[in-house]
Design a binder for this molecule. Structure first.
Ligand code: CMP
Length: 140
């Protein structure tokens, strides 16, 4: 089933020079990058992106982290793209993510885990509308 999803390379991934490596893995898998943007996310937009985590003890820390530097947002398309991208990135906690996954190979933290990907087609639509809205990008 053809699907569309959202992938974000987080500020730690950009700082560590992993943009090319992450996008390479997406393309090597056979998925298509159909839209790509580097931006600094406004605080309100980081809060909207992570609305499902509001109230959790790590929420403020997460929002600060996500606004600490530029991110790269990609719309990725392909067969079963939502689950395929989730499998490529691996579980949230980099310490537990298996080798071969992006987080397993590059992250040693639960917070600074290089990438984010939508967990359903519905969330992908919502998150794309947040991250690609012109109002969410801080101008340099
Ligand atoms: P992500 O897949 O983008 O979804 C929510 C994010 O919150 C997660 O990756 C991490 O960056 C962060 N996160 C999840 N759990 C914790 C935690 N216990 N402490 C700090 N950050 C967390």
């Amino acid at each position: 089933m053809e699907q569309k999803t959202l992938l974000i390379i987080k500020p730690d991934g950009v700082r560590r020079g992993l943009v090319g490596e992450v996008l390479r893995r997406i393309e090597a898998k056979g998925l298509r990058i159909v839209k790509l943007k580097m931006l600094r996310l406004r605080r309100e937009c980081a809060e909207r992106l992570y609305d499902i985590h509001k109230g959790k003890e790590f929420f403020e820390d997460l929002v600060s982290f996500m606004t600490s530097g530029p991110i790269v947002a990609a719309i990725v398309e392909g067969d079963n793209a939502v689950n395929v991208v989730r499998t490529l990135i691996g579980p949230t906690d980099g310490r537990k993510a298996p080798p071969g996954t992006i987080r397993g190979d590059y992250a040693l933290s639960i917070k600074e885990n290089i990438v984010h990907a939508a967990d359903s087609a519905e969330r992908a639509e919502y998150e794309i509308s947040v991250v690609f809205s012109v109002d969410c990008s801080i101008e340099d």
